[in-house]
Design a protein around this ligand. Structure first.
Ligand SMILES: C[S@@+](CC[C@H](N)C(=O)[O-])C[C@H]1O[C@@H](n2cnc3c(N)ncnc32)[C@H](O)[C@@H]1O
Length: 226
């Protein structure tokens, strides 16, 4: 695929430092990621070729932040994960008894996630959908998103997993229409990238629910947005 057309444009162009950091992190992800079966925090997954690896390197993975979000949910909550990739967050939520729907872009195979849910004996509704497009007017108690947080245009299908400032902005704009009263959007953003989304975050009440320092990425935060 050629250059992916972004649907939103950042207010100011990224600095040279930011662009270099994006390229370095994308190259690191690409170099470290492998595909095949993995065991990630007690969940058996299969990472298909070209699918984002949830933990490509020792210490590099947002599993702890993702579990911290699930700790905050009320029993039986309805949960939507956007961009589930290999499925860790959605499957972990289903394992805890939440009612889970998970989406992905059409080029990402959802078969491995479906097979993992069968192995685990849990139910996840899976569908291909560009963010909320395939969900009609459905609303959820919690929306989970580990987004393609680099504020840059993807240069290939593979990079859609990491580069998507326009996707982050669209999610921030559209999520309120898919939350139930009292619900929250849980989004993972490195602190350095969060600065890029000030306009989109302005309408939300933002709470840092958990944070961790990661090699290469710096401090990443689980934001609870209401
Ligand atoms: C950083 S990866 C996270 C994958 C997985 N949730 C995880 O935590 O390991 C971002 C994911 O969002 C997906 N994605 C990107 N743009 C999307 C969109 N417009 N709608 C749905 N998913 C999208 C990508 O395909 C990718 O799998």
């Amino acid at each position: 695929m050629g250059r992916h057309a972004g649907r939103g444009v950042s207010q100011a162009g990224p600095s040279l430092f930011y662009r270099m950091r994006t390229r370095a992190l994308v190259l690191a992800q690409r170099a470290l990621a492998t595909h095949g079966p993995i065991e990630h925090r007690g969940v058996s997954l299969v990472v298909a070729p070209g699918v984002h690896h949830p933990a490509p390197f020792l210490g590099l993975g947002f599993g702890a932040l993702q579990e911290a979000a699930l700790d905050l949910l009320a029993p039986g909550a309805s949960v939507l994960e956007l961009g589930t990739g290999a499925g860790f967050w959605a499957l972990s939520a289903a394992r805890r008894g939440f009612e889970v729907t998970a989406t992905e872009l059409p080029h990402v195979p959802l078969g491995p996630v479906a097979e993992a849910s069968e192995r685990m004996g849990v139910r996840v509704r899976l569908l291909h959908s560009d963010l909320f497009a395939g969900l009609g007017g459905l609303r959820y108690d919690a929306i989970l998103f580990n987004p393609p947080f680099h504020d840059a245009e993807a240069r290939s299908t593979e990079e859609l997993a990491w580069c998507g400032g326009a996707v982050v902005r669209r999610c921030l704009a559209e999520a309120p229409r898919h939350l139930r009263a009292g619900g929250a959007l849980y989004m993972i953003l490195p602190r350095l990238d969060r600065e890029r989304y000030g306009d989109g975050l302005a309408g939300w009440s933002v709470r840092v629910a958990a944070s961790r320092w990661y090699p290469l990425i710096g401090r990443a935060e689980l934001l609870a947005l209401r």
